[in-house]
Structure formats: C-alpha cells, structure tokens
Design a binder for this molecule. Structure first.
Ligand SMILES: [Zn+2]
Length: 247
C-alpha cells in the first residue's frame, strides 16, 4: 500500500497570484513512520520542550509573524522550510513526489481544485500500475489536508461513484475515495504542504530555492518526468522540467 499525501498552495480566489498548486508525496506504508520521524526531529530543534506543538506550514514559516517562527531570523526560517524538504534526500527511491501547477488564467471556466485532483489521481494511478509486479496490483490511498476544499472534493468523489463507479473503473489501483486528515496531526501532510509551496514558488514567483531541494524526486521513468504537470495554454515553448520532458 502506498499513501499519497497532498496539500494545496496558492489561493484560487486571489487575483494577485497566477498559479494554484496541488502537490505532495507518495510513501509506502512501511516508510511512513521513518519519514514522519525525520520531520519530528526538525520539530525537536525548533522547540525542544514541546515539539508536538510545532506545525510546519511553509507560508507561515516564511511569513514569520506567529509563534514559534517569530523567534527566528528570515535566513533561519528559509532554512527550516528547506530542511523539511531535504528529508527526502535521505529517503528510499520508492518515496516519490507529485505536483500539478495550474496557470489560473488559462482555465477561467474550470474548477481548478477538481482539475488538479483529477490530474494527480490519474498520475498516481499510472505510477502504481508501473511499479506493480507482474500479476499484482499495488494499491494506493490519497490523503488530503482538511481544508476549505474538503466539501468540493467529497462532492467530486461522490459524483465519481454515482457516474457508474467512474472512480473504480478509471483508477484501478486506488480503491477508495480520498481521506481527509487534520494537518496538525500528520507530519507527512505538513511535508506535502512544503512540496506544494516549493512548486508554487517556482511557478508563481520564479523562485527556485525550494523547488531545487525536490526536483530530482518527482516520479520519473526512462528519462520522462511523470510526477510534475504544468497545466497552461499561454507558453507552448515553456522550458520548465514538466513541459520540457513532454516536448
Ligand atoms: Zn512548463
């Protein structure tokens, strides 16, 4: 069983932002504890007395307005965001990253959350298909942060089921609709938040600082990057890794 933790970055409604990103990390069940523990160790550095109270939320860390982040310099806060992402450097190769960056103005009439979710769930399904041994079906579950999108995604999941079980027939390796968890309780949802933030900063602000920490972790095979999608209609010659790999 593989668990795909997802979170979003960028606001769909905010006209000052060009991008909306959904992204996260796929982790085999046997590595969930190890990976969570790597992030717990960073929490112990941030607050040795009460590490459980530390919740890693990249945009809040960067902003530095709230406890405990207001105790750290800007340089230290940027390094903390990177340190969370860099736990992936030590991970086994079967821990892989997925993200979908949507240029909002390219799709003015679409429900962007549903679009990103459909894109990533089918990428995750194809990944599971590719890594399945002959005659076997590797299974996956998608876990999202409880957020304002919970209702719309539950509706999407419901409509998948009502349309003649479109969910089950389309996604052969993902037997159940997504689960929603409180990110406070899940270090891996917090890691997903940082991955979405890294991709958002790359596309929305041209800031490669965080993206460079995870670029080599996107699902790929035979030289093609499958784990990263850049959905846009404005630049057919885009040279980002997602567009280049498909040219
Ligand atoms: Zn691109």
């Amino acid at each position: 069983m593989h668990l795909l933790y997802l979170d979003d970055s960028g606001s769909i409604a905010n006209k000052n932002e060009q991008y909306f990103v959904l992204g996260g990390v796929s982790v085999p069940e046997t590595s969930v504890f190890w990976l969570s523990d790597q992030i717990e160790k960073i929490a112990e550095r941030v607050d040795p007395i009460n590490p459980r109270a530390v919740e890693f939320h990249a945009s809040e860390i960067f902003g530095g307005r709230r406890i405990p982040w207001n105790r750290f310099s800007k340089e230290d806060r940027i390094q903390i965001i990177k340190d969370v992402l860099l736990v992936l450097k030590k991970a086994y190769s079967d821990i892989v990253v997925f993200a979908c960056a949507i240029h909002k103005d390219s799709f003015p009439n679409d429900d962007l959350m549903s679009k990103a979710f459909e894109d990533l769930s089918s990428r995750f399904d194809m990944y599971l298909h590719r890594i399945s041994p002959p005659g076997k079906y590797e299974k996956g579950i998608i876990i999202l942060d409880k957020s304002t999108y919970e209702n719309s995604l539950q509706e999407l999941a419901k409509s998948f089921r009502m349309e003649g079980n479109r969910w089950g027939s389309r996604l052969k390796h993902i037997p159940e609709v997504p689960f929603f968890v409180d990110s406070k309780a899940s270090r891996l949802t917090q890691l997903a938040d940082h991955i979405a933030y890294a991709v958002f900063r790359r596309y929305n602000a041209g800031d490669l600082n965080y993206f460079n920490c995870i670029e080599d972790r996107f699902d790929r095979s035979a030289g093609v990057i499958h784990g990263l999608a850049h959905l846009q209609t404005v630049n057919p010659r885009c040279t980002c890794p997602a567009c280049l790999t498909r040219q």
